[in-house]
Design a protein around this ligand. Sequence first.
Ligand SMILES: Cc1cc2nc3c(=O)[nH]c(=O)nc-3n(C[C@H](O)[C@H](O)[C@H](O)COP(=O)(O)OP(=O)(O)OC[C@H]3O[C@@H](n4cnc5c(N)ncnc54)[C@H](O)[C@@H]3O)c2cc1C
Length: 399
Amino acid sequence: MKHVFDYVIVGGGLAGASAVEGIRELDETGSILLVCGEDHLPYDRPPLSKKLWFGKMKVDEIFLHDQKFYDTHTVTLALGIKSVRLDPVKKTITNNNNTFGYGKLLLATGCKVRTLTIPGGDLADICYFRNLDDYLRIRAVAAEGKSAVVVGGGFIGSELAAALNINKLNVTMIFPGTLLCDRVFPDYLGRAVQGRYVEKGVRVLASEKPVSFSKKGAKFITRTEKGEEIESDLVIVGVGVIPDMELAKIAGLEVGNGIVVNEYLETSNPDIYAAGDNAFFPYQALGQSMRMEHWDNALNQGKWAGRNMAGAHEPYTYQPYFFSDLFEFGYEATGEVDSKMETFADWQKENDTGVIYYLREGKVRGVMMCNVWDKVEMARELIKRGGKTTPEKLRGLIA
Ligand SMILES: Cc1cc2nc3c(=O)[nH]c(=O)nc-3n(C[C@H](O)[C@H](O)[C@H](O)COP(=O)(O)OP(=O)(O)OC[C@H]3O[C@@H](n4cnc5c(N)ncnc54)[C@H](O)[C@@H]3O)c2cc1C
């Protein structure tokens, strides 16, 4: 294997794989090494909590590219290997015991799962859900009639609870908030969506927390703050993620709520870039810096970073969107979508089909299109235009 690469990409998720495409748009021959701690070709994560459970996709369809793509684009893959050291002065990266030089480096290390620091929170078979291997492990147990405790009422927990219920498992959801997805859904929507979970047979324990896990034979016992004891075949936890900044810290790069990058996706060291779930970047349309844990951002930011590593020097002006599916309720959203903001809902069918506008000081900052599809571009334009508006002006605007 070569010992100096023009480009090294650490992390083989969506951002890392997209960076290969970005580099190759401008540089057809520069050498590329892609290192990934996971033992799989780069794949898409959204199907892990959705389409793979609904029979709409098979595991071999989630890979972003096949091996031939990497061969054709002369990418050296180091899979199942972690980069453990980054020396920004010598411009080297160390994977296990091998050290490689780089011209430009991308940190596309994504996020790590947050774990529960309660007794039994570290039991080996508890699934802190993030990876394909987690899906495969859960899928092997998740048969009709089995039971699952799902901890967490955000998107991962809510999507998995729905997926397991559709697969005829007995599901109990536990989360501390009063309503699921409460960081994003306004109360009225949270109540309606949660009502659907209950109608479908999901047991929803809101305003509740697990205080310990233990095993009784093959079963888990979850004890809750309010004194319940729940027996189940599976415990799956989705309580959020934290940006993986280990290498950035080792290299002394500027970090905060993510690896800090400028509009070109360069870190505080101009030869090192960051993109995807781990990057704290200037979000131009909103005029503020933030970090995003969304598919479309990883896809585009990865590609942009790749192009910039290859010399494009283009500011990241893209405005990403995100999406989710919870039973029959699906949506696409863009901008600042925070349940604490003022909202105006323009329903065609209440709490089911329509558009929610998220406003700050009378200006639209975010838009969620509920069971309304292919309107993201209109929403982007509306946010970009800025200017004060009123519910009267918004009614019927996006439908
Ligand atoms: C189950 C699930 C469902 C999702 N559904 C949606 C959805 O519906 N809509 C949406 O918008 N978003 C969704 N997302 C979020 C979306 O998938 C992420 O935003 C996206 O995967 C981020 O890509 P990334 O490349 O930045 O990071 P990751 O996908 O986390 O990839 C980072 C990779 O880097 C590797 N790595 C880390 N450190 C090292 C190291 N030191 N050495 C080598 N390798 C390393 C990791 O092992 C990992 O493979 C979902 C996420 C999950 C987990």
